[in-house]
Design a protein around this ligand. Sequence first.
Ligand SMILES: *[C@@H]1O[C@H](CO)[C@@H](O)[C@H](O)[C@H]1NC(C)=O
Length: 127
Amino acid sequence: MHCQPAFKLLLWTSLTFASLIPHGWGEKCTTNGQAPTVQQTQVGFGRSPKFMVVVNNKCPMCPIIDIHLKCGSFPQALVNPRLLKVLGVDDCVINSGLPLAPLQTFSFNYSHQKYLMYPKIWSFQCE
Ligand SMILES: *[C@@H]1O[C@H](CO)[C@@H](O)[C@H](O)[C@H]1NC(C)=O
């Protein structure tokens, strides 16, 4: 198979260029588009209902930092502040404000009646 060296070169070339693509290709996310999502699922029932909260960075290109949620009057005592820090009424920060990688999810649980939570503010870290 004397065509193999040429094939290897082609493969090498395409891999090399593919690794360059993420910097100049694809949509960067803006604060108007691709907001993080917050989903709650009830995972415990009965006397002590338990909810699992999953925050998802929907942006395929950029990490997000400093994600604040509208969280009503969520009490800090229900969750480790490193997971969800209550700053005030309707202002909670997840993951100590640290980055969520592109498409990464972040999750925590609490045991209480449901507190509604929505994304409030966040910052995309596009280059
Ligand atoms: C939340 O609860 C669910 C169901 O009990 C469990 O599978 C999951 O691991 C818990 N998540 C965390 C972050 O503790």
